[in-house]
Design a protein around this ligand. Structure first.
Ligand code: NAP
Length: 307
């Protein structure tokens, strides 16, 4: 593959940034990748495992002369970091992010971006419940979607170049506007995470009554909830606070559906339950056919080729 950017700077060195680094290296998509995390501990870990070609101790050096800077940090701190790096961004360079919410990020970040820098927000729809610099792997984005959310000030040439990077990392690229992105993600990711957090919380309350039964006899369904509910608390707190309206809208609809299922159980309406579950089974089949998951009960993770 051909080099897309000479120098890429990754701010934050967690799951997404480390996966980007291994993937960029795999595809030889940049001549140099520089990385920064706020804690010395994470920077030391990055140096020990060879994550990034260079790991400076400050933001100024990290973004210096970078052709692409990617914010791989929780959405709640993006504007604060952009305010710090703005004076040091190279003229003509691109600033992007990987945040799970787009409207709040664009509203907070775009006014801080210098006029001679292209801002192209993005969100790779790929992840695991793990976090930190050692959790990344080169194949995370393979056959996953990356949504680009260009703003009115994103130059088409900058969008095209960023598209080349994401396709080089194995992703399919699509474009959406920010509001639509946030609504789609509220349905497919944010509300399901909240439901998983709730279900595990309920089971935890129960476990005080039934001792270890919840853990010892946990069925696959509950185990999948616990996997999702072990995701990073900072990241998810920020997601809900910054995608408040869309998440509340979807949770309102969820509650209505839950009530109708509750009613069907109480009134022993087996036909309603059967039809409902047949419809949802079809959705699962569609996801498998689109290659977005596997039949394997571990979601294919044992097959993941680390780095
Ligand atoms: P992560 O593994 O928890 O890593 C977050 C990184 O950000 C850490 O290296 C942390 O540094 C750094 N950081 C936090 N605050 C910072 C600050 N103020 N200045 C500089 N660095 C800071 O997170 P992640 O899962 O990679 O998520 C990163 C972004 O990707 C989030 O915006 C998230 O919404 C988005 N995203 C996540 C997923 C997913 O499934 N995880 C999927 C798609 C998109 P320290 O280690 O020093 O604390």
């Amino acid at each position: 593959m051909t080099v897309v950017y000479n120098r890429v700077a990754l701010i934050g060195l967690g799951l997404i940034a480390s996966s980007m680094f291994w993937s960029i290296r795999r595809g030889n998509l940049a001549n140099e990748v520089v990385g920064y995390a706020r804690s010395k501990k994470t920077r030391e870990t990055a140096k020990r495992i060879g994550l990034c070609d260079h790991v400076p101790d400050n933001l100024e050096e990290t973004v210096n002369n970078a052709d692409l800077v990617v914010l791989c940090i929780p959405v709640g701190v993006m504007s604060e970091v952009v305010a710090q790096i703005a004076p040091y961004l190279k003229a003509g360079s691109t600033l992007s992010d990987v945040g799970s919410v787009k409207k709040a990020v664009i509203d907070a970040v775009e006014p801080l971006v210098p006029a001679n820098v292209h801002f192209v927000p993005a969100h790779p729809l790929a992840g695991t419940e793990h976090s930190g610099p050692e959790s990344g792997f080169s194949t995370l984005f393979d056959n996953r979607w990356c949504i680009l959310v260009p703003t009115s000030s994103s130059a088409p040439s900058a969008v095209e170049r960023l598209t080349n990077l994401w396709t080089g990392m194995g992703a399919f690229v699509d474009h959406m506007d920010a509001d639509h992105h946030d609504l789609v993600l509220a349905v497919t990711s944010h509300a399901p995470h909240l439901i998983a957090y709730t279900m595990v919380g309920v089971a935890d309350d129960l476990s005080r009554v039934t001792d270890k039964e919840v853990i010892n006899y946990s069925a696959a369904g509950f185990r999948d909830f616990t996997r999702i509910a072990s995701s990073d608390p900072t990241m998810w707190r920020d997601v809900f606070l910054s995608n408040k309206d869309a998440t509340l809208e979807i949770l309102g609809r969820f509650t209505e559906e839950l009530f109708s299922l509750q009613r069907a159980i109480r009134t022993e309406d087996g036909d309603m339950l059967f039809e409902y579950f047949s419809r949802t089974r079809g959705i699962r089949r569609g996801i498998l056919e689109a290659g977005q998951d596997t039949e394997a009960p571990d979601f294919g993770r044992s097959l993941i080729d680390k780095k």
